[in-house]
Design a protein around this ligand. Structure first.
Ligand SMILES: [Zn+2]
Length: 283
């Protein structure tokens, strides 16, 4: 049984996959490229760390630029998230460019209508440098500029204010809903079969369970019933049917509270499956 609760972006999973597929001779180059793209982070000590590491694996320094810096007077909320999303877009469109961990904006008074966040003279912050470096391009007429205008309209910045916005890694989920979708489930499908076998009395009562091919389904067997299969059907319902039937009658397993994420909730799901078996498969 696995209990992954950490939210991981699909990019991290893809990187793991690439690393596994790479030959040892390719791994160093791949790691360098991953750090360049913001899929890993390079510490000032040059060690390259995974994105889920909050501190360097070698020198234990905390990972820098994980938090925004905003004028202390305001809570920007969604407006700041919009700046971040537009920054992500900007760097997504520049894959050859080294992706910074954060971008710092300064206040300009060059406009007639008062102080505003400048789209130029920005600072790029990289995790392996003690100080920021000037970012050469101007965000003028980009989505970043539009989002900065919205921010300035909400609350006019004051001279001397700093705004440092963390740039997310490529392909990171943007909205809370997307983050929810990216969350890994606490249990694999075979765990449902194990929970059902336990609810029916387990090994002592003659019930057994196993994981199907790479965990895509769970198998379940017991006295006087054909081998049963727990799987997700084409309608994305979790269902139970006879394993060997080519056109099986499938019974939907209701999960009124969604996918279980605790052992208690898993037990409840196991009992729901046990009830279906008692009602439908017992001779
Ligand atoms: Zn380090």
């Amino acid at each position: 049984m696995s209990l992954h609760t950490r939210t991981r972006s699909t990019a991290t999973t893809a990187l793991d996959y690439l690393m596994t597929a790479a030959f040892p001779s390719q791994r160093a180059a791949l790691t360098d490229l991953a750090a360049h793209q913001g899929l890993m982070w390079r510490c000032v000590c040059r060690t390259i760390n995974t994105l889920d590491a909050d501190a360097c694996s070698a020198c234990e320094k905390p990972r820098p630029y994980t938090k925004d810096v905003t004028p202390p007077r305001y809570e920007y909320g969604q407006l700041l998230e919009d700046v971040r999303a537009r920054l992500a877009e900007w760097f997504d469109d520049e894959p050859k460019e080294r992706r910074p961990a954060a971008i710092g904006f300064r206040v300009t008074t060059e406009y007639d209508d008062g102080p505003a966040w400048a789209t130029w003279d920005t600072t790029a912050y990289f995790t392996d440098a003690q100080i920021g470096t000037p970012y050469a391009k101007d965000f003028e007429r980009s989505g970043v500029a539009d989002a900065l205008i919205e921010l300035g309209d909400f609350e006019r910045p004051q001279t001397g204010d700093t705004l440092i916005v963390v740039v997310p890694p490529p392909f990171a989920p943007e909205s809370p809903e997307e983050k929810e979708l990216a969350r890994e489930y606490a249990y694999g499908i075979s765990d449902y079969a194990h929970a059902a076998a336990a609810a029916l009395g387990g090994e002592d009562a003659g019930w057994g369970s196993n994981s199907g091919y790479i965990g895509a389904y769970g198998l379940l067997w017991g006295p006087d019933v054909p081998t049963l299969r727990v799987y997700v059907d084409d309608y994305e319902d979790l269902v139970l049917s006879i394993h060997e039937d080519s056109d099986p009658q499938a019974f939907t397993i209701e999960l009124p509270d969604g996918a279980p994420s605790t052992p208690d909730q898993m037990r409840t799901a196991g009992e729901a499956i046990a009830d279906i078996i008692r009602t439908n498969f017992r001779p």
